[in-house]
Design a protein around this ligand. Sequence first.
Ligand SMILES: Nc1nc2c(c(=O)[nH]1)N[C@H]1C(S)=C(S)[C@@H](COP(=O)(O)O)O[C@H]1N2
Ligand SMILES: [Mo]
Length: 557
Amino acid sequence: MSPTAEPTPPGTPGTPGTPGRGSGAARTGPSRLWAPLLGIVSALGAFAVAELVALVVGAGSSPVLVVGAGVVDRVPPWLKDFAVETFGTADKTVLILGIVVVLALAAVAAGTLETRRPPWGAVLLVAVGLVGVAAAVTRPDATPLWALPTVVGVGVGVMLLRTGAARLRTWRSAALAATTGPADPETPLTAARRREAVDRRSFLVFAGLTTATAIVVGGVSRVLSASARAVTAARDAIRLPAPTGPAVVVPAGADLAVPGITPYVTPNDDFYRIDTALRVPEVNPDDWRLRVVGLVEEEVELTFAELLALPLVEHATTLTCVSNEVGGNLVGNAVWLGYPLRDLLARARPHADADMVLSRSADGWTASTPLDVLTDPGRESLLAVGMNGEPLPLAHGFPVRMVVPGLYGYVSATKWVVELKVTRFADDVAYWSTRGWSERGPIKTSSRIDVPRAGATVSPGAAGDVVVAGVAWSQHTGVAGVEVRVDEGEWEQAELAATVSADTWRQWTWTWASPAAGSHRLAVRATDTDGTVQTSTEAPPAPDGSSGWDAIEVRVG
Ligand SMILES: Nc1nc2c(c(=O)[nH]1)N[C@H]1C(S)=C(S)[C@@H](COP(=O)(O)O)O[C@H]1N2
Ligand SMILES: [Mo]
């Protein structure tokens, strides 16, 4: 914007803070209100950004909430009692309001200081930020990451404050030049006035855009985190019914006592997570509906309450991601509680020419599952609500997902599932199949060495041997044997742990008796209950799952 392109229109108020004063009146420059307002605007920007970061870090890390929680934990009991007596259940609102007032005062001071005595306003902002960081990281459930919303927010706030104050000062000196006349007698007064108009505009546009952006970003962040809290609260309130059939009993022998081996049942917190969602979809169970549509005699619609009232079964199934590399860890085993999909589909009565169910999630992801797998009376394909005795964690599909024994997740394990469309492979294509992955995905028989770790140096135990152990899976067919080989030696039978069924992995262990010192290569392969030996043919994950034998190098020292 060149100064000459922006003449001050006649009648434009000289200063936005003093409306009505025309350009003819004595110019006093920017109103005194702008400096404190700039502080508020910068603080708004800081909070909007902090809320945005808090969405990613975790709902609990929102700066206002952590400071509030910190205050609640630290106020002396007499003050707490006074607050509850005086304000009743509105005490939390009063607390938040109090914090907002204190922050607003600090922001006003920061704006004034930064305009008059830079960088002291920015220093004040950082000091307030440190209090926020302290409040965040001292929450009982906090991780060090919880400092991030405040740190990023304060960083942005400081930047806004410094930029705005610099523009305000420029505007102020331009106004001064326009009032007192040019310092340089060669410059006519009108040019000085134009200069002031440009500088004024530059500040006002900055303040206006910052405020608007902060309101939008902050508003959206608040709405999103509020809905996350509502869904978490709804999940906490759920009491899962007991299974109608027998509960899964994990035999004592399913977990071998080998240090470092993968546990038979994967705890929910350790369960691998794979999906396309940038933010975990928040599906409120009260609003959740599953619709069974497409090639069916009767469309079925199910609410969450109706689903919980159906006879639910419990079943242990090992999920595997098609992207799992040989030796990888995108695989986990859980005990799922759910309603058999075959019973639900029986209610809908699929047409004879249908051969696929396209399941769709709340966030629009789709999977194609063969219809006969879902209706197979011998296979527990579930519409699952429970995972290891809890409602599904949000990241694992709360409130309802699919779990199908024997198929990779991308063609079966739809999380946040909301629709089952009975259709045909010839007519519909699922999310990953339009991106080069196979439309069908039976899990390939695999085995993995967990112990020792690849590259480890091992020393034989008291008996002079080394324990080798891991897991092997061939879901729905079952693992019948595992063999281990040292270097190019003979394949030796490993010992297999107990399992609940053929739908889960099995631990295995093999004793490496008196290994020779030096470097060795250990390899493993499984055989399924049909007698098929795991293939040695190496394949990458795309398009239908990796294959080949897991092998590691170890040193016997
Ligand atoms: N809605 C939805 N469901 C999904 C996916 C997804 O991207 N979106 N990914 C699938 C894939 S590829 C896998 S391997 C499993 C992983 O389930 P988990 O994250 O509970 O381990 O979820 C499946 N369900
Ligand atoms: Mo996957």
